[in-house]
Design a protein around this ligand. Sequence first.
Ligand code: ADP
Ligand code: ADP
Length: 232
Amino acid sequence: TPIVSARDLVKVYGEGDTAVRALDGVSVDFARGAFTAIMGPSGSGKSTLMHCVAGLDRPTSGSVVVDGEETSRMSERGLTRLRRTRLGFVFQAFNLIPTLTALENITLPLDIARRPVDAEHLDAVVRAVGLADRLDHKPAELSGGQQQRVACARALVARPAVVLADEPTGNLDSVSSREVLAFLRRSVEDLGQSVVMVTHDPTAASFAHRVLFLADGRVVDELHDPTAESIL
Ligand code: ADP
Ligand code: ADP
């Protein structure tokens, strides 16, 4: 079964003449253990779709099932719990805690949830992130790409059902972007993580197993095993 299943999602902002149909009937499944990218022009509904999946926004109609749980009927408390326990987030801004080391930032979700550290998984994450000699450095001593890899490692250290990444390479140069994307891809292929990423960048999207294209609130196309050339 898919890790996320959206059916007939409609999201209307505002009312009457000024109403905007941000999502206009989106039905899509995100496969477990896959890296999916979402592309589309500005205003096509990418953020709205991510927010509906994350339970940050409620759809006007339609349903979202995350890891077997129907979110549309959940209370706010239920949604907060879902975000804390089942989802991992990566944003354009790295949002690391400046006073903590890289390793402390990575393990923060486990500390907050008072969950014991699964040493084997943590070790696998730390190896995959490729920052062995930088783990005791503070964010200010790391490059942008290194900081974003720490943020990605933090997003998946607690084994969330799915990691949602919103323009994770939007602030990075192409070399750093590749390092971050390669890590996300490894997290899927080596650690079994499921990842959904919104991006404007065809090169970034080419790291995914599948790319969905949105336009005017609808899914208009998709590609499997894309290359940067096939996206353009
Ligand atoms: P994208 O992420 O692809 O740029 P969005 O999901 O942000 O697209 O926006 C889709 C449409 O919904 C746009 O027309 C946008 O202006 C509108 N929209 C998004 N959020 C809001 C909001 N909070 N209130 C009103 N309109 C919104
Ligand atoms: P970006 O830098 O990519 O624009 P933001 O950091 O502004 O992303 O966050 C995008 C959205 O995600 C915002 O609506 C914000 O409320 C929400 N958000 C930010 N941090 C979290 C979090 N830790 N958990 C859940 N939602 C979050």
